[in-house]
Design a protein around this ligand. Structure first.
Ligand code: ADP
Length: 142
């Protein structure tokens, strides 16, 4: 499996609960390297644009309001099979369905506030990384 990059977000609930370090530790334990990171507070326009693919879903307004409700950490993770690996470490979208030991099972309670985001495909990863970072921000260590 190729070395991939994926975009990860520690969502407002996990930042508010002081879980940034715990989540970063889980990425690193899974063999994922953090090659870029920044704390930011999304504007409404940014949150709407980032989740534009969901704009017709019934939960879109709640999702946007939640994502702009507080600061988030955005990071690029790099490693073998990074996209799948990150989603495995995060667990299922709904914490009630997430396997024990995953971020969403252990650190989140509801599907609205589920602690973390991870890109779901190589194409999405490229777009989402470019949404937050330029090439010069990425510090690949091989
Ligand atoms: P994932 O984040 O696991 O890739 P999706 O891309 O399907 O999941 O959804 C994006 C985000 O929208 C989810 O992480 C979750 O916060 C929110 N969401 C998804 N489905 C629902 C739902 N049925 N009700 C409320 N929020 C939802």
């Amino acid at each position: 499996m190729a070395v991939e990059r994926t975009l990860s977000i520690v969502k407002p609930d996990a930042v508010a609960q002081n879980n940034i370090g715990e989540i970063y530790r889980r990425f690193e334990m899974a063999g994922l390297q953090i090659i870029a990171a920044r704390m930011t507070h999304l504007s409404k326009a940014q949150a709407e644009s980032f989740y534009a693919v969901h704009r017709d879903r019934p939960f879109f307004t709640a999702l946007v309001n939640f994502m702009m409700s507080g600061p988030v950490m955005v990071q690029v993770l790099e490693g073998h099979d990074a996209i799948r690996k990150n989603r495995e470490v995060m667990g299922a979208t709904n914490p009630a369905e997430a396997a024990a030991g995953t971020i969403r099972h252990d650190l989140a309670e509801t599907v609205d506030a589920n602690a973390a985001h991870g890109s779901d495909s190589p194409e999405t990863a490229r777009e989402e990384i470019a949404f937050f970072f330029g090439e010069d921000d990425l510090h690949s260590r091989g």
